[in-house]
Design a protein around this ligand. Structure first.
Ligand code: AMP
Ligand code: MG
Length: 305
């Protein structure tokens, strides 16, 4: 914070985006809606600004950040783009796909962004507010999810404030995010092979499931609501708040019709509600391992770990 403890909330309209751009230029922290979750953005070329992301979140410094760019042309300044990587970016950008690529030696990025790795994670997001912001500044934006490290990711401006009020300069309020779970992350190797490091809204290439070493931030415990979470629960105990899916009604439901995309969009709001509920424990109905259901189950396993 630049000497103040107040987090300004602005609508994600042209006036708000212009204010956010000025804040970022002077090294500030702004939470911005993306199509996945709200990101906590800072200019990626400034060591001071990036250090403030880690401090505000309480994020371990071995967990690298995703760098958000306007598109492929900007990405070329920071990574070596192989033909395979180019094809993926052309097919899925702007969108919820993060590419882990060899970092260019001359990349003008704060060292902390990549946590000492020879690679860099790049994404061109699709949300109109984030796109407008990226178009109006002259640098890329490092942006992890806008929550205290390890806790539930934010899908509304209120979720951001619940965890970071007073610790960041501004929130751009663009309503609830659509995809609801963080981007799919894939590494594109020198030989052109593609490995999934984190499941997300998009299904891409091979499914390794073993990305723990390659993606240092993929900690076993993450997205934690602060109480015990029990998975695959068709029925709940009396002291459990029950999150339903499909035929399992629950106290609230991720999707009454059993739609995994709807469930992904509601997942973090449901975990926030469960965290606030009087019951000391949380039970979650089974969610099928299909489509974005893989990403939901990945996040639920970490919430339960
Ligand atoms: P978050 O921004 O909180 O969604 O986390 C970003 C994730 O991107 C982290 O969990 C990292 O595992 C992953 N990541 C970022 N940069 C790299 C990289 N260079 N190599 C592998 N994984 C990365
Ligand atoms: Mg996160």
């Amino acid at each position: 914070m630049s000497g103040k403890d107040v987090t300004e909330v602005r609508l994600a309209d042209a006036v708000g985006i212009a204010a956010a751009a000025r804040c970022l230029e002077s090294g500030g922290l702004v939470a911005v809606p993306t199509e996945t979750v709200y990101g906590l953005a800072a200019r990626a070329d400034s060591a001071e600004a990036v250090a403030r992301i880690y401090a505000a979140k309480g994020r371990p410094d071995f967990n690298p950040l995703i760098v958000h760019v306007a598109g492929l042309a900007q990405a070329e300044h920071y990574a070596i783009i192989s033909p395979e990587a180019r094809a993926l970016a052309e097919a899925h950008w702007p969108g919820p796909l993060t590419l882990v690529l060899p970092r260019r030696p001359d990349a003008a990025l704060a060292a902390a962004v990549t946590a000492g790795l020879p690679t860099v994670a790049l994404r061109a997001p699709a949300h109109p507010a984030m796109r407008a912001l990226l178009e109006s500044v002259a640098f890329p934006l490092a942006a992890p999810s806008a929550n205290r490290s390890g806790f539930i990711s934010p899908t509304t401006a209120a979720h951001v404030l619940a965890s970071l009020d007073g610790r960041i300069d501004m929130v751009l309020d663009g309503g609830a995010t659509r995809a609801g779970v963080e981007s799919t992350i894939v590494a594109v190797r020198a030989d052109g092979t593609v490995e999934e490091l984190r499941p997300g809204p998009l299904a891409i290439g091979s499914q390794s499931g073993g990305g723990a070493i390659e993606a240092p931030g993929q900690l076993a415990s993450h997205y934690a609501p602060g109480k015990p979470v029990r998975l695959n629960a068709a029925e709940a105990e009396p002291d459990e708040f029950h999150i339903g899916f499909g035929a399992v009604a629950g106290d609230i439901t991720l999707s009454e019709s059993g739609d995994v995309a709807e469930a992904a969009a509601r997942l973090y709001a449901a975990l926030h509600e469960a965290a606030r509920a009087p019951q000391p424990r949380i039970a979650v109905a089974p969610v099928p391992e299909e489509g974005v259901g893989r990403a939901i189950n990945d996040r639920l396993r970490r919430a339960a770990a």
